[in-house]
Design a protein around this ligand. Structure first.
Ligand code: SF4
Ligand code: SF4
Length: 433
């Protein structure tokens, strides 16, 4: 049998890990010291090697798709640190992501949970207008001071832990940026090109000022910036929850929309979105023309990658006399291999002192909804990160992904630490006249 087609106990109706990918693991164990869930538990089954072995046993039909596999598929942070360390290029995180698709079929959750999940993933997140409407109660809740009231009355402590944490993490919400950004922001000064901006859902709803800065920086650097209002979610939340089919629908929409624009690059300031957009090539390999997929893939650039490739104009940058440390988002450094570029941009700002933290590329414990589902484990992962941040004694903590920013900002506040957490383009925006 063609190893690509070996399903064993995986359901052939859903996406399943390719057997050839599972065979790549030679069980060397180089990945073990890089895995946060192995560090937490010391359990082989919670390590990349153990997870791949479980999936391989299912593919070979020697093991049923049990609740243990379901648990490990969801307990994996999909941080991809193991892939960076693996000499065979095994992608344990992505394999676990695919196993989540199987989990919904083989180990279904109660009906009400499935209905809630489908409503959020397939109705709310597939249409930016629905998502923006769904956030209105949260905006009202903040505007009326209810967030402050509930947090201070400690009523939320009586409910589930995740609700208390989610409420505390919520930054001040304003009008979604999608409704404010013009379709064309013209280049300033000598024009160098034309780019499209991919505005992520979380960036639009929770970090509007950051993405506003991103567009301003691109314009200031000499690029026309097109922001098509019809763009939709990149599909990263769906991948994370094992709904690959909806990601494919979103991918086809975004692919057609952005490829119709005459642009040099499609830039994003969200590491999670960038990683998902780059994954379209593989997700759609059986459905779309290869040339088209490669064209799209080659245009996707994280803002730091783009500015590094095109060369940052530094002559007008204003000095910032502060010490900063940099936390690497997993979906930037491990998933996209972008580590050097954000540091180069930070160092390009006059007056800045970059103080490297220990384990800068170790996960912060956010990982989409992982930090809410596994709040005790997430706190342990976060504590390790906070200790490394504190040891730098930096004034600012810079990162480049909204999930990390939410988690670190909350963690720093809860721990009573002094650092302010900012996105890379917020920092660059401060230096841009
Ligand atoms: S996943 Fe890679 S690093 Fe880990 S045991 Fe397998 S081959 Fe070795
Ligand atoms: S993706 Fe992260 S959590 Fe998952 S197995 Fe790899 S290192 Fe461990």
């Amino acid at each position: 049998m063609n190893p690509k087609e070996q399903h064993g106990n995986f359901s052939p109706e859903k996406d399943a890990p390719k057997y050839a990918d599972l065979l790549q693991c030679m069980r060397c164990g180089f990945c073990l010291p890089t895995c946060p869930t192995f560090a937490l538990t010391g359990r082989e089954r919670s390590s990349p090697r153990g997870r791949v072995a479980l999936a391989r046993a299912v593919a070979e039909g020697t093991f049923e798709f049990t609740s243990a596999i379901r648990e490990e598929a969801f307990f994996c942070l999909d941080c991809r640190a193991c892939t960076s360390a693996c000499p065979s290029g095994v992608r344990a995180g992505e394999l676990m992501e695919i196993c989540r698709t199987q989990a919904h079929q083989q180990q279904p959750q109660p009906k009400w949970q499935t209905a809630c999940r489908d409503m959020i993933l397939q109705k709310m997140l597939t249409d930016p207008k629905h998502l923006e409407r769904a956030m209105l109660p949260a905006r009202l809740y903040q505007k009326l001071g209810l967030q402050w009231l509930l947090r201070n009355s400690r009523i939320l402590k009586l409910g589930p832990q995740w609700l208390d944490k989610a409420t505390a993490m919520l930054p001040p919400l304003g009008q979604p940026l999608r409704q404010q950004l013009p379709e064309l922001t013209p280049a300033r000064g000598k024009k160098r090109g034309r780019v499209a901006f991919f505005l992520g859902c979380v960036m639009s709803l929770m970090y509007a000022e950051v993405s506003q800065q991103t567009v301003r920086i691109l314009s200031h650097q000499g690029f026309d910036v097109l922001t098509p209002p019809a763009q939709k979610c990149c599909g990263a939340p769906h991948l994370s929850e094992g709904d690959r089919q909806t990601t494919r629908q979103l991918a086809i929409h975004n692919l057609e929309l952005f490829l119709a624009l005459d642009v040099d690059a499609i830039v994003t300031d969200c590491a999670g979105c960038g990683s998902a957009l780059k994954d379209y090539e593989e997700l759609l390999e059986d459905q779309q023309d290869t040339h088209k997929l490669q064209l799209f893939r080659n245009k996707i650039k994280d803002i730091s990658e783009f500015l590094s490739e095109t060369g940052l104009r530094t002559e007008e940058l204003l000095p910032i006399e502060q010490a900063v440390t940099y936390h690497e988002p997993c979906h930037l450094c491990h998933a996209q291999g972008i580590s050097r570029q954000p540091r180069e941009l930070i160092r390009a700002i006059p007056g800045i002192e970059l103080r490297e933290m220990k384990e800068a590329s170790w996960c912060c414990g956010s990982a989409a909804t992982w930090g809410l589902k596994f709040d005790a484990a997430s706190q342990q992962v976060l504590d390790r990160k906070l200790a490394n941040i504190a040891a730098t004694d930096a004034d600012l903590l810079v990162t480049a992904n909204p999930g990390c920013q939410l988690q670190l900002d909350w963690g720093i506040r809860e721990a009573g630490m002094a650092q302010k957490v900012i996105h890379l383009t917020e920092l660059l925006g401060r230096a841009t006249p």
